[in-house]
Design a protein around this ligand. Structure first.
Ligand code: MF3
Ligand code: CO
Ligand code: CO
Length: 297
């Protein structure tokens, strides 16, 4: 590691990496020496750990396993199976591939995947609930592979969906796409939430406030928080190397929720449908790359 305490002279290149001379750049700013770069500033100010190339490769590899797991679940979903059957598929496929399911034991969560059916917004605990024709089922998968976390979820139909099921799944998927389109350096966290909220509400749906996207990669939940509602131009500025999820939970009716006695399951207060899609995203120099890509048609 480079010694950051060496003396910088006025005519030396500025340690912040701007390419300017020190005297034309950070010499005049507060503190004796500038932070050597954005990375250090983001860690100190926001607790955000910027990812480097090898980290990104690691998260991508975990992401490929997560997507493969979701494909396996999608191919198996049928009326009559239980949410615990989905847990078995996810658990076994994760272990078989040398990974660990992050949910298992996380803050006391008892299973290896979140399975959230119909009025369940998120954090559904797999159990003996039987999937029925027309259900909307969200499956949220987070493997830890080689120390790296990738977090991704999709909402599936069981059998043939009705018009309300189609509507909420289409709106939730488009909300993720609208959020993702705002991810580029210079934009802010609030731009993402604004884009999502505007679309959801224009469609007559509502955005859940209690759960947010989050930094991810080295840990399950890292700073920053990424709300799915908000205002343009507010919040932290996005910089290359940030990795975070966008995972809007969209309700067909009102946004309000309650938590069941299991202390996990979040359900809509009005009992109406909810749907969600999630990807793990990297801010690149000129935009965004999904580390868990799937089509948002
Ligand atoms: N995967 C969820 C997320 O997207 C978190 C689930 S926490 C658990 O952030 F403990 F319920 F698994
Ligand atoms: Co997440
Ligand atoms: Co997730």
């Amino acid at each position: 590691m480079k010694n950051k305490r060496v003396k910088v002279r006025r005519n030396d290149p500025c340690p912040c990496g701007s390419g300017l001379k020190y005297k034309k750049c950070c010499f005049h700013k507060e503190g004796s020496l500038p932070k050597n770069n954005h990375q250090e500033q983001y860690l100190q100010k926001h607790g955000i750990r910027i990812k480097e190339a090898r980290d990104i490769e690691g998260i991508k590899t975990a992401g490929r396993l997560a997507l493969q797991t979701l494909d396996l679940v999608e191919a198996s979903i049928q009326p009559g199976m239980t949410t615990d059957d989905i847990n078995t598929i996810v658990h076994e496929h994760t272990i078989k591939n040398g990974a660990t399911p992050a949910p298992l034991g996380y803050r006391g969560f008892p299973k290896s995947v979140c399975v959230s059916v119909n009025e369940v917004i998120c954090h559904g605990i797999p159990g003996d609930r039987i999937l029925r024709n027309g259900d909307v089922v969200n499956v949220d998968v987070t493997p830890i592979l080689d120390g790296y976390y990738a977090d991704v979820n999709k909402s599936f139909f069981v059998g043939t969906p009705g018009s309300n099921a189609k509507k909420i799944v289409d709106v939730a998927r488009e909300c993720l796409r609208k959020g993702l389109m705002m991810v580029r350096p210079g934009n802010r966290i609030g731009d993402i939430g604004f884009a999502i909220q505007s679309f959801a509400e224009k469609e007559g749906c509502s955005v859940v406030r209690e759960f947010v996207g989050h930094g991810v990669g080295f840990d399950f939940h890292e700073p920053p928080q990424v709300p799915h509602h908000g205002h343009c131009g507010e919040g932290i500025e996005l910089i290359p190397g940030m990795v975070f999820t966008i995972e809007p939970m969209i309700n067909l009716g009102q946004k309000d929720l309650r938590i069941l006695d299991d202390d996990w399951t979040a359900v809509t207060l009005d009992g109406d449908l909810s749907a969600q899609f999630e990807q793990t995203l990297l801010v690149t120099v000129d935009g965004c790359e999904s580390l868990t890509p799937f089509p948002l048609k």
